[in-house]
Write a protein that binds this ligand. Sequence first.
Ligand code: S6P
Ligand code: ZN
Length: 211
Amino acid sequence: MKLAEPQVCDIAVAEGLLKNGNGHYRKTFDDLAGLYADTAAFDALLADRRGQVAYEVTSYTPGSKVSDLIMGVTRMEPGRVGDEYFMTRGHIHAKGDRPEIYYGQSGSGLMQLESPEGEVRLVPIGAQTICYVPPFWIHRSINVGTDDLVMMFAYPADSGQDYGIIERSGGMRVRVVDDGAGGWTQIDNPDWRARTEADIAAIHADAGAVA
Ligand code: S6P
Ligand code: ZN
């Protein structure tokens, strides 16, 4: 059996990039319409920063089998839209039972996790923090610092991402905002709608687990 060759990549921490990978995408602020609560503040930000990168992902994908791992780096700009800190779109893995690890490289972030039933966890991530995102948790990263947030990640290559789950519930259950003293605090998202039993059952049915 011909085995895959090892792949060696470097994490350029200051640039926030994985070098020698095979994937790279950027999300500009224009791509993030609808993500933040304060739409007037978002429009003001866009007027200044249209076309500029909010976050970017560089990665290495060896293949698409469950037995492969995708590894990569997310770099996110610091800042806020109104009171709300910059964040990624967030998703659940399309095969919901696929886990992920995030490994902080620089900056100050949070991993926001939400279970299908609506439990919330906010896990601080700094350099050298490694966070295990268990199966079935919706996850997004948030930059609560004043510098770029750079995190390495790895997850099974057949996981896929379902972004609609957050839109369907009116956003995630809490929003992370400036606490007025240079830190962060969480507030309830009044638009959030709990998932139904049928929604939750569908998430588990899409697990894709091998028995
Ligand atoms: C993929 C993994 C990361 C994120 C990246 C951007 O499962 O969690 O690669 O894709 O941090 O976040 P998002 O929410 O825009 O995909
Ligand atoms: Zn993920």
